[in-house]
Design a binder for this molecule. Structure first.
Ligand SMILES: [Zn+2]
Ligand SMILES: [Zn+2]
Length: 391
């Protein structure tokens, strides 16, 4: 069995809101070029598969049929439907929008199914991770929620419990909302505080609906949180609740927009910190879920010097061949980047700080990251029989 299955074909670049929109398809193109030049795509342990757009029946596992019909209509007629979030500044209508968004859904569902059936240990869809889309509306560059569709497919195939871990700078509100009342799905989102960033939700007191208390977990971090503090927060919450929840599979979203150079967030999480967190999620999948791990992309708007590095590292991690810190980036790739973007390409994978102080060493009530982490632990940990104050 191949270690990992990666969804890729150039049609995925058709998810394109147009020139000047932050979610530029170049981020995927440059990632795949880098992954190729690092030799990752030649690995005998990797299956690369193309997918067709998901049929409506699949999209409708997590969306209202009326919304899918509205997307098709807006696409065909080129008209806005602002009540459903279509034709807004964030989500402009573009030709082929329905098929492009449905292809992302098909990709995440494909790898979820492959992982569940044992066709691969790990599944990757870097074009996916559209975590803001709601059952009945587009939001925040997200038309259809492929992440939720992957979770739903795992449930439909027989998973009793699925954990969703969202490491994007923005709250994973769409996925959380779709499974708000479902005790079979644990959503954990670590993000910049909604008081300071879109979509404005994801406070520590939001713990899930009636009968599902504790299955929504939100860590809302202050702006400027840096890599080591971010890792401290992830480590202080994610492993403990996942171990209590005991998922049959883990779906994770690796939006790379928590980086300091990202133009849309105010966090300062290095590529190295991001890939450290990805390593942890991977290890938790082996510890708790027989390795069943679906890793998705997400946000990420520093499309030249952050996203390709973060997601190539993610692919390497899923192949069990993690890239060493400071890996030199191929000269040819750097040339392509400079030609395409006019910007200077990064020379190496980062060497960001990944040492952090674990929670068991105590917390500092004067530290705003620690206060944010403690708020989450106070709201959620007692629901799982865990001690909010001490590990
Ligand atoms: Zn593995
Ligand atoms: Zn984001």
């Amino acid at each position: 069995m191949p270690v990992a299955r990666l969804v890729w074909s150039p049609e995925l670049l058709q998810y394109d809101f147009g020139h000047g929109h932050p979610m530029a398809p170049a981020r995927l193109d440059l990632t795949m070029r880098l992954a190729a030049e690092l030799g990752l795509l030649d690995s005998p342990d990797l299956d690369v598969v193309a997918v067709r757009p998901a049929p409506d029946a699949v999209v409708e596992t997590v969306h209202d049929p009326a919304y899918v019909a509205a997307v098709r209509r807006a696409d065909a007629e080129g008209v806005a439907d602002p009540a459903r979030g279509l034709g807004t500044e964030d989500d402009p209508v573009f030709p082929g929008m329905h098929e492009a968004a449905a292809r992302l859904v098909a990709g995440s569902v494909d790898v979820a199914e492959a992982v569940w059936r044992g066709a691969a240990a790990h599944g990757l869809n870097i074009a996916g991770g559209m975590h803001h889309a709601r059952r009945d509306a587009a939001s925040g560059f997200c038309i259809y929620n492929d992440a939720a569709a992957a979770v739903q497919r795992l449930l439909d195939l027989g998973a009793r419990r699925v954990a969703y871990v969202d490491l994007d700078a923005h709250h994973g509100d769409g996925v959380e909302q779709i499974f708000w009342d479902d005790p079979r799905v644990l959503t954990v989102s670590v993000h910049q505080d909604g008081h300071t960033l879109f979509p404005g939700t994801g406070g520590p007191a939001d713990v899930g609906g009636a009968g599902a208390e504790g299955t929504a977990v939100n860590v809302a971090l202050p702006p400027r949180t840096a890599g080591p503090a971010w890792l401290r927060a992830v480590d202080a919450v994610v492993p403990a609740v996942l171990r209590e929840f005991r998922p049959d599979a883990i779906v994770s979203q690796h939006g790379a927009d928590a980086h300091a150079r990202d133009p849309l967030s105010d966090l300062r999480v290095s590529v190295d910190a991001q890939r450290t967190a990805a390593q942890w999620v991977h290890a938790l999948a082996h510890e708790l879920s027989d390795g069943r791990w679906v890793a998705l992309g997400g946000g990420g708007y520093a499309v030249v010097d952050v996203v390709p590095l973060a997601w190539s590292a993610l692919v390497a991690e899923a192949l069990h061949t993690p890239l060493p810190r400071g890996t030199e980036l191929p000269e040819h790739w750097r040339g392509v980047v400079e030609e395409v973007s006019g910007l200077e390409a990064a020379g190496r994978l980062g060497r960001g700080e990944v040492e952090f102080r674990p929670w068991r060493d105590g917390y500092d009530p004067a530290d705003d990251v620690d206060r944010a982490v403690l708020a989450t632990r106070r709201h959620v940990f007692p629901l799982w029989g865990l001690d909010p104050h001490h590990d």
